[in-house]
Structures are given as structure tokens and as C-alpha cells.
Design a protein. Structure first.
Length: 284
């Protein structure tokens, strides 16, 4: 029975940077100075943390329930209780890409002790957000960072990006009513709709190549980049390009057929793979 309780997540709703935020938590719900390590998941777009439940639960279990595993939604990417408004005191463009990056940094400042070591796991645009977090706050104690199906470069040039980026850029502010309506649908229909978006949109077009300065900065920080072999948001050529340009980085290519929206059907398998990658970093 104790194991079952440990495996049950808690969901908290709060205002962060003035916007409603959902935090899904496995393990300790309040961090104190005694907590040495926290896994923090930064989702793709839409940043709905509920879709990461199986992935998070597997991480939590396979490390023996030793480390808390949290996921923070993107600002406004949740259906808060009726007692909460979507915004409390909205800061400058909190729903845009820059605002979402600052939103995650604000969450860490408020809810995670500075001495806590972080294992950051990003998915899709969440990977870009993590890289920017590390760049803007080099004092973050990042033990390891794992980038799953990263969209960190030339997104507007990808097959999916050419179609979706302009739409998503201009529609990000009207996404919240549809999100609420989707939440009312049966899970089977919900998964089908989310698949269309989680294959994956972004907050604004990032039509830049990879920056040598940025990638070299992160090359020495123990970051794993895991690229999909059939990823319309990050074509396989991007993997070959970045591996050629930065041969000492840890760039890996999926050989298991996982799709970009892995959380829909392969959350458990991807979590097991991540555990094998980083287990040594947590025991040394």
C-alpha cells in the first residue's frame, strides 16, 4: 500500500509570473534543504503536464522512489480550478516564448531550494526553454539535462514548421478556450486531438541555425540530445549536421521508432531509456 501511495501523483495549481500553472508531482510535494536532487520535466507545446504522467511515474519508480519528479506546465496551458482565473497579474507577454522561459526560472526561484541539484528533462520546445534557462541563469545546479526530440534550431524551416509556425505564432493568445474544451472530451478523442498538436507546435518562429557559441557553451555541461529518426519537427538531417559540427557533444539518434509525441504511447519505454543513460550520474 505504501508503494501505491508513493506512485500516486499530486497536482498543484498556482500562479507563476501571474499566470495559472499546473504542477504534477511524484514524490515529495514540498522541497526542503534535505532534498538533494529534483527531476523537472519541461513539456512540449501544448505544455499539458498530464500527458507526461506515465513517463514521470516510470522515472520515479525506477529510481526507487528516491527522487521527486515534477513537471511544470507552460503558463496558461492548464485548466485551473473554477476558483482561479487564467491570469492573476500577467507579466509582460508571459504566454510568449520569452515569457515561458522566464516563467520556468520564476518557478525554480519560488519553489526549489537553490542548493537542490536538478535533472532537467525537456521535450520538443521544452528543450529550447531549458537551454535558455541554463544560459540566463548559469548558477542553476544542473546535474544532468536530457533533451528529447529537441526543436532547438530552424523550426520554421521544418516540414511541420512551415505550416504550423505562422499559425501558432498568431494564435497563442486564443488557445486557452479550446484547451478547456478539449479537457472535457473522452480520453480517446483527447489523445487524437493532442497528437495533431504535440507533433509539435512552438510559441513563435525560431528560424535560426544552431548557434556555435550557444552549442559550444552547452557542450561541456553533460547534456544528452536525443533526435528522432522520423521527426517532422526536427528532420534527421539536423542530427547529422549538429553531430558533424560538434563531434564531442552527446547527440543520439532514435533507433526504436519512437515518434515525436512519445508521451502518447511510449512514455514508459522512453523513461526506461533515460534511466539507463543517467543512472551513473546519480550514483557517483
Amino acid at each position: 500500500m505504501a508503494t501505491e501511495r508513493r506512485d500516486e501523483p499530486q497536482t498543484d495549481f498556482m500562479y507563476c509570473s501571474g499566470a495559472a500553472t499546473e504542477v504534477l508531482k511524484f514524490g515529495s510535494c514540498q522541497l526542503r534543504s534535505g532534498h538533494k536532487v529534483l527531476f523537472l520535466i519541461i513539456p512540449g507545446n501544448p505544455g499539458v503536464v498530464g500527458f507526461y504522467k506515465t513517463f514521470m511515474q516510470t522515472l520515479h519508480m525506477m529510481f526507487g522512489y528516491q527522487y521527486p519528479v515534477w513537471a511544470a506546465s507552460h503558463a496558461g496551458h492548464c485548466v485551473p480550478p473554477t476558483s482561479m482565473d487564467m491570469v492573476d497579474a500577467e507579466e509582460d507577454d508571459v504566454f510568449g516564448l520569452n515569457g515561458q522561459i522566464e516563467h520556468k526560472l520564476a518557478f525554480l526561484r519560488t519553489h526549489v531550494p537553490r542548493e537542490t541539484s536538478l535533472v532537467l528533462v525537456g521535450h520538443s520546445i521544452g528543450c529550447y526553454i531549458i537551454l535558455e534557462m541554463m544560459k540566463r541563469n548559469p548558477e542553476l545546479k544542473v546535474l544532468k539535462a536530457v533533451m528529447l526530440f529537441p526543436t532547438i534550431e530552424r523550426m520554421a524551416q521544418t516540414p511541420q514548421g512551415k505550416v504550423m509556425t505562422p499559425v501558432l505564432c498568431y494564435m497563442r493568445y486564443v488557445a486557452y478556450l479550446p484547451l478547456f474544451l478539449v479537457s472535457l472530451l473522452p480520453d480517446t478523442i483527447k489523445a487524437g486531438l493532442i497528437k495533431l498538436v504535440l507533433e509539435d507546435g512552438t510559441f513563435s518562429p525560431l528560424s535560426r541555425g544552431h548557434s556555435s557559441e550557444k552549442i559550444q557553451f552547452f557542450q561541456s555541461l553533460g547534456i544528452i540530445f536525443y533526435y528522432g529518426a522520423t521527426d517532422h519537427w526536427c528532420p534527421i538531417q539536423y542530427y547529422h549536421d549538429i553531430k558533424r559540427d560538434f563531434p564531442h557533444g552527446d547527440f543520439r539518434l532514435c533507433e526504436n521508432g519512437f515518434r515525436h509525441a512519445f508521451v502518447l504511447d511510449a512514455g514508459r519505454d522512453v523513461a526506461k531509456m533515460v534511466v539507463e543513460w543517467i543512472r551513473g550520474d546519480l550514483t557517483t
